[in-house]
Design a protein. Sequence first.
Length: 439
Amino acid sequence: TPATVMGTQRRIKWVLPLLLALVTLPEARAGILDNRIDPVCDLPDKLVREIEGYQPIVNAIVSRIFVGDFAGKTWQSLSELVDTFGARLAGSEQLEKAIDYVVDGMKRDGLENVHTENASVPHWVRGFESAQLVAPFKKNLPLLGLGTTVGTPRGGIIADVIAVESFKEFEAFTPEQVKGKIVVFVPPWQGYGKTVAYRSHGASVAAKKGAAATLIRSITPFSIGSPHTGVQDYEDGVRKIPTACITVEDAEMILRKYRRGETLTIHLEMEDRNLEPFISRNTIAELVGTTYQNNQVVVVSGHLDSWDVGVGAMDDGGGALISWKALTYLKAMGFRPRRTIRAILWTGEELGLWGGQAYREAHQANEKEEFNFFFESDIGTFEPKGLDFSGNKEAECIFREIVKLMTPLNATEFETPTDGGPDISHWTSRGFPGASLIN
């Protein structure tokens, strides 16, 4: 039945990081070299046999998750988290309460070295937001201000529109043409990685030519008349102007009418504001290794914060919970890895990867000895397919063997090179091996 299929996919997703954490980099040291990828692998037969030897353990874990007493437990824990605390924006009371809740839960699960580490995060607060097309006809324009945006002056802004598809198209406009206008960027969907540049940088690009505000087509290929939020990044030394996302439908309508030569006027009012930075916390727990306790640590991670307009079940409550529960289930099954597995639930990811940055700075002095590998799940906890991998040749070859163990889950895809994930990019961008879950 559809319900059975969905439940099966959920259990597959929860078990994958648990298996990967257990078998990560057996006895080989995947060093911090370069990220050049060579698909030709020539691992020692002894190492290949060692990896293959984990298959019975993998099968036992899969069986316990699918039909044993762990079936559905992580999903239940996730639903309890989001139903109890709802949205968990960085700087909010709800996020800090959720962190306390997770710490208590990790201790109840018997995990080791449970603690938090401080991280300074932006404290941005969404206020009243409204946009209305006032000419050539009246129409409400649903919108969501982007993280860290400034607000409009009291009473808002009433201004004519310039609408463009791309930064290149915008280059043709002079500062005299742009001054005082609301610039609407309507980029066609080219995948998240490319299209998100308009949300991230559109405000500063337009402000350099004197724009009063920017509105951005929501960064999504699909829409049912609902705007998306996300973070934006003001450029240093450039005047800060209000910026928000509007729906795909409204953005494309505005572009069509503008290209027909019509004059469009929008009344934009936003009461968003930035307060003083807030001290939040990364949440950490461990399953201490038998051979390596404080070095060659394997990190499994997701972020606990969310946006304020949803409960963050998939972004990234699911990733946070599977990172936590991977350790819980390994301990409950009596498995003890050689390397310490450290679950980190990042804070402040949505507003700019602040938790990861703080953790990197705090652990930078001995990071080459401390860390062996970084996992992150922050692209949804849907049906698993395999791994997005970043690392050197030796680590890549080891992981090509490891993913073969995931055949019972049909999760053997292997993609490279990537950055591994947003928070762990603080390390993978500098040569540490890491991976994210393809789903």
